[in-house]
Design a protein around this ligand. Structure first.
Ligand code: PRP
Length: 211
């Protein structure tokens, strides 16, 4: 049996059609079911559907053999014990800094920059690499609100269409990282279940290459 960890939310809507193309369908509808473990059309494969931030952890500790997660989540996790098997080429977006439109040309001050994000590690790495002193404030969502209410000077968040920034009168500044969905595994699962995982990688690669 292979356990595949899938990220909830926006990524899942794009992952299910991809799995369907390689003949894998879930036996229950993950958008209405409260289940966490889903049987599939294949007797040798089950899916767990969890928060994107938890996918690398489940795979790292072998609770799932493989997982599908954004590169942004992998960078934040650190990738310890994980192998990145395939760039699945969807959910493409950028992790970016963003500020209020009126702050775009803000003169540099000695004041320590306050940055709100859920990508704490990626943000720390980025500001350190730029030689900028930043106080990172951890949030769990709606990062765009922070500069509007004075919680932070800027944010680090995912930008896909740019609609959320625009709707909140914010503007993207610098790219911290590029992201797309990745298929990951852990080294032990790769050794023990090599044939099944390789077959999965092969089928997914064929679909991606044909697109
Ligand atoms: C993500 C991200 C932004 C938005 C960007 O949030 O945090 O808020 O999408 O997308 P856009 O550029 O296409 O507007 P998501 O909706 O995934 O929810 P989250 O706040 O739970 O991360």
């Amino acid at each position: 049996m292979i356990t595949l960890a899938l990220s909830k939310g926006r990524i899942l809507k794009q992952t299910l059609p991809l799995l369907e193309q390689i003949g894998i369908t879930l036996k229950d509808d993950p958008f209405t079911s409260r289940k966490l473990i889903f049987a599939t059309s294949r007797d040798d494969l089950q899916c767990v559907i969890i928060r994107a931030t938890d996918v690398p952890t489940y795979v790292q500790f072998g609770a799932a053999d493989v997982g599908i997660v954004g590169k942004d989540g992998l960078l934040e996790h650190g990738g310890e014990g994980l192998c990145e098997l395939l760039d699945l080429q969807y959910s493409k977006c950028r992790l970016m800094t963003a500020v209020r439109v009126e702050d775009l040309d803000r003169p540099k001050t000695q004041k320590r920059l306050r940055v709100a994000t859920k990508y704490v590690k990626s943000a720390k790495r980025y500001y350190e690499s730029q030689g900028i002193q930043a106080e990172i404030i951890k949030l769990y969502g709606a990062m765009e609100l922070a500069p509007l209410v004075g919680l932070a000077d800027e944010i680090v968040d995912l930008v896909e269409t740019g609609n959320t920034l625009k709707a909140n009168n914010l503007v993207a500044k610098d790219v911290v990282a590029h992201s797309s969905c990745r298929l990951i595994s852990n080294a032990a699962a790769m050794r023990v279940k090599h044939a099944s995982i390789s077959a999965l990688v092969g089928r997914l690669s064929a679909v991606i290459e044909s697109q």
